[in-house]
Design a protein around this ligand. Structure first.
Ligand SMILES: Nc1ncnc2c1ncn2[C@@H]1O[C@H](COP(=O)(O)OP(=O)(O)O)[C@@H](O)[C@H]1O
Ligand SMILES: [Mg+2]
Length: 470
């Protein structure tokens, strides 16, 4: 169901109106009933007082005396607004201005509300009445119309109406004020969004000037923006690097092909040029594959590709493959992976990560040194460790080298594209593990540290401070 956006003023006012109405009407209703009660009691008291006056006059002066008194009262000589009916034993009216005795009452009663006719009025009226039987089977009735003692209904209604009007006005004003308040505080968020849309990715919502509710929203918005900016920056850097890398490769490729075609040289020269071109294409493919693998690891793999596996077996298998490669470079690769270590992992990607670490150790170590490859269960959990006796990586560069395409100057003479450690880091992250690089004094120790049980982040980040976290 499509709903039209509504102004906050209207929505807030609409939510408040029922409350305002209740809050206004309930007190007036209570007031009305309390007053009615009070007024009725007062009227009953007056009527009964008058009735007992009449009775005592009757007992002192008899029917004639009472008749005189009632006539006097009706002429306005006594209590105003009271009505009377004085009847003899045959129910004939002797005096009074009420036409008939109420039908549903007896001869004596102290207070009844009933409809009675005045002798001068044609319409019956609601009256409060009290009656008394007098000696000699006479009876007398005193009544007072409710219009005389009832609560002034229209006054109450008018007051309630006024109250209601004020409450509604306040409700609308509140709705308006709240919506203005929202607008004012949202505007800094909107402004920031517009600045970002205009191309300035570095803009953030100013959190300090906002009320808590808004600053919470703004803070998470800002965090999200930072994250997005980071991703975009990284992506730009990566695309730039790819473009750069490929441009050099393609330039070299082009130059070689050009030379080969223009040289007029013999078949041998041509073949060499083709071989060079093929290896150039190979290395480009290698870069592309590495990038794809990093992307795959970073995107995460589906759960069924992760299997329960023995880390030691994997490390030995990969290590065994590299023993001859190391020997070719005049190095010794020692493998320490005896105890079985169960982890849940992606064997293929883990193997690639281990291979990358060994590959670096072989590439950057001087002949005659040894490389130690280890799989153990550390205090934090399983770990894979590759240590060499090469130049190592300066502490201030250990974070940098993990980024894609970063190669240190010292490494320029050996082949590589600077993607090896990026993949290791991505694979580690995929396994909830960390890549740590530290000094082997001399040389480099690279550790993929698994965390066996999910622990809270703060203590871990504390432990890993000063090393590389991925
Ligand atoms: N074992 C190591 N010893 C010394 N330097 C290393 C070692 N491993 C990596 N590095 C440095 O880190 C950089 C990044 O490594 P890597 O991502 O594997 O890329 P590549 O090996 O293709 O250069 C290397 O260029 C090198 O400068
Ligand atoms: Mg490498």
């Amino acid at each position: 169901m499509a709903t039209r956006p509504q102004s906050a003023t209207l929505q807030i006012a609409r939510a408040l109106v029922p409350l305002a109405v209740l809050a206004t009407l309930i007190p007036f209703a209570v007031l009305y009933f309390e007053l009615s009660n009070l007024y009725e009691q007062k009227a009953a008291r007056e009527v009964n007082d008058e009735l007992s006056t009449l009775r005592s006059v009757y007992s002192l002066e008899g029917p004639a005396g009472l008749e005189v008194l009632i006539e006097q009262r009706m002429r306005g000589g006594g209590r105003k607004a009271m009505l009377y009916l004085f009847e003899d034993s045959s129910r004939r009216r002797i005096a009074g201005n009420v036409t008939s005795w109420p039908s549903r009452t007896g001869a004596s009663f102290s207070w009844e509300l009933t409809r009675l006719n005045r002798s001068t009025f044609s319409e019956p009226e609601i009256m409060g009445v009290a009656g008394a039987e007098l000696p000699g089977r006479y009876r007398v009735l005193v009544a007072i119309p409710r219009s005389r003692w009832g609560v002034p209904t229209e006054v109450i209604f008018r007051a309630a109406g006024l109250g209601l009007a004020i409450a509604l006005a306040l409700t609308i004003a509140t709705g308006y004020a709240v919506s203005r308040f929202l607008q004012r505080h949202m505007s800094s968020i909107v402004e920031t969004a517009e600045e970002i849309l205009a191309g300035d990715l570095s803009r953030r919502v100013k959190v300090t000037s906002l009320p808590v509710e808004f600053s919470v929203v703004s803070a998470s918005l800002n965090a999200m923006l930072s994250r997005i900016e980071d991703s975009i920056t990284t992506m730009r850097a990566v695309t730039d690097s790819i473009a750069h890398d490929f441009r050099s490769s393609l330039t070299r490729l082009g130059a070689r092909l050009e030379m080969a075609s223009g040289s007029g040289g013999g078949e041998r020269e041509l073949r060499r040029a083709m071989r060079d071109a093929a290896s150039e294409v190979d290395s480009m493919l290698h870069v592309l594959n590495s990038l794809l693998e990093i992307a795959r690891a970073e995107a995460g793999v589906s759960g069924d590709q992760m299997v329960e596996m023995d880390l030691s077996t994997l490390v030995s298998d990969v290590g065994d493959l590299y023993v001859p490669v190391a020997e070719e470079s005049g190095l010794r690769l020692n493998i320490h992976a005896a105890e079985p270590i169960q982890v849940r992992g992606h064997p293929e990607l883990l193997a690639q990560a281990i291979a990358n670490l060994i590959d670096n150790a072989i590439k950057y170590s001087p002949r005659g040194t040894a490389i130690e490859l280890r799989a153990t269960l550390g205090p934090l959990g399983p770990l894979i460790e590759v240590s060499d006796r090469g130049p190592g990586i300066p502490a201030d560069a250990r974070e940098r080298v993990i980024h894609r395409f970063v190669r240190l100057d010292a490494a320029r003479k050996s082949p590589g594209s600077g993607l090896g450690l990026s993949l290791v880091a991505a694979v580690a992250k995929l396994h909830g593990a960390f890549l740590k690089l530290h000094d082997n004094l001399p040389g480099l120790t690279a550790v993929i540290q698994f965390v066996s049980k999910p622990r809270r982040k703060p203590p871990l980040s504390f432990l890993f401070r000063g090393t590389v976290e991925t």
